[in-house]
Design a protein around this ligand. Structure first.
Ligand code: SAH
Ligand code: SF4
Length: 392
């Protein structure tokens, strides 16, 4: 089991000063991808656009970038040719590099993206019959070390910028050919902040990115179609409900502090009672928009009938549903998945108590794209190298 040094790790310090400015000097011409309206106006100021016109031009750029998916300034036909020329001299519309794109036998897709500082994250697209969800990362790695999560074993960690978070959506839409923003059905109908990292440890960038994604002049995804999953950063939960009003998912995974302290170490700082109180107080939940409690099924650890009954008692009074996640194994993982019988028994108890309790069908396991399996390729290589070098 990975050691847990300090479960209360502070939101982190970026590894390099440049990471908060993906378009900073040294990384080639700056890209406008991922910028919000204010930053686009600043970019226009940088090329001498008069102040009186900046706001209107920024709105046009916003439309071309996020509604039309423009990859070339020349495509922006509503913008004067002369200004397009000036934009192209100074800026690009470059996306992060795709290092690897994989497709699972079940249709799940995974992109490994690399940013100019060499850091990498993964995003996953999970198609369903009439819709699909994009699983977006909020950090490179994760400072938390949940014992069953592959991402938590990654050593390199930094916050993603808002631009890097938005870029994941743009790259996926490029690949799926989903431009302009469709009026009706969409391939990417939902976003789940369930990739690498703890989104509430990167609060400002996540909020900024999701506001860009929700903006009705661009990608225009409704807050009802966005779910943010947290391991339980209690002080930020109410705030995110007020700021974004997106759906909330809580990685509960255990019904006693004793077990949760080990599985989800942030529990030592914010124990179950506090976490559930924050859920009761969540401003954006009601019977129509329930809070999802995620519960990973670990053989012999948290999967007994008594655990299921305790879970039902704990969430009483919260508009909730329970998502049971069969544990997805990864090389060297210290746990095994519960048996099908144990999962069915657990699901039945929760369901009989009046809570929807679907068992999540693992998707993309063959390409290591399932929940908790994400880890950058460079980290995997490093880990393999270390394992090979370690004394027997
Ligand atoms: N850091 C956030 C969001 C990313 S993890 C969080 O922890 O909520 C998304 C979900 O996958 C979480 O519920 C997480 O606990 C779960 N998960 C992590 N590793 C897993 C694994 N190996 N098998 C199944 N689910 C896992
Ligand atoms: Fe981080 Fe979430 Fe993995 Fe825990 S489960 S280590 S919080 S990504």
């Amino acid at each position: 089991m990975p050691s847990v040094d300090d479960p209360t790790v502070a939101p982190l310090v970026p590894e390099t000063a440049a990471v908060d400015r993906p378009h900073a000097a040294g990384f080639g011409p700056p890209s406008l991808i991922g910028l919000d309206r204010t930053e686009l106006a600043d970019a226009l100021a940088g090329i001498g656009e008069p102040e009186a016109k900046r706001k209107m031009r920024a709105n046009q750029l916003f439309h071309w970038i996020y509604h039309r998916g423009a990859r070339d300034f020349d495509a922006m036909t509503s913008i004067a040719k002369e200004l397009r020329g000036r934009l192209a001299e100074t800026y690009t519309l470059a996306r992060p590099g795709i290092v690897d794109a994989q497709r699972s036998m079940d249709g799940t897709r995974k992109w490994l993206m690399r940013f100019p500082d060499g850091n990498e994250v993964e995003s996953v697209y999970i198609p369903e019959t009439d819709r699909g969800a994009l699983c977006v990362s909020s950090q490179v790695g994760c400072t938390l070390t949940c014992a069953f999560c592959h991402t938590g074993t990654q050593r390199l960690v930094r916050n993603l910028t808002a631009a890097e978070i938005v870029s994941q959506m743009l790259v996926a839409r490029d690949d799926l050919g989903e431009w302009p923003t469709p009026v009706g059905d969409r391939w990417i109908s939902n976003i789940v902040m369930m990739g690498m990292g703890e989104p509430l440890f990167n609060y400002d960038n996540v909020v900024k990115a999701l506001r860009i994604i929700m903006d009705d002049q661009g990608i225009a995804l409704s807050k009802r179609r966005i779910t943010l999953s947290t391991s339980g950063v209690v002080p930020e939960i109410e705030r995110v409900g007020r700021d974004l009003a997106v759906n909330l998912a809580i990685s509960l995974h255990a019904v006693t502090d004793e077990v949760r302290d080990v599985l989800v170490p942030i529990n030592r700082k914010y124990p179950i009672a506090q976490l559930l109180q924050a859920c009761r107080d969540y401003p954006a939940s009601n019977n129509a928009r329930r809070i999802t409690f995620e519960y990973v099924m670990l053989k012999g650890v948290n999967d007994s009938a008594a655990d299921a009954r305790a879970l039902v008692r704990l969430i009483a009074g919260i508009p909730a549903k329970v998502n049971l996640i069969p544990f997805n194994p990864w090389p060297g993982a210290p746990y095994a998945c519960s048996t099908g019988r144990a999962i069915d028994r657990f699901a039945k108890i929760v369901n009989d108590a009046g809570y929807s309790s679907p068992v999540r069908v693992p998707r993309g396991r063959d390409i290591m794209a399932a929940c908790g399996q994400l880890k950058s390729a460079s980290e995997r290589k490093r880990r393999n190298r270390d394992t090979a070098a370690a004394p027997a």
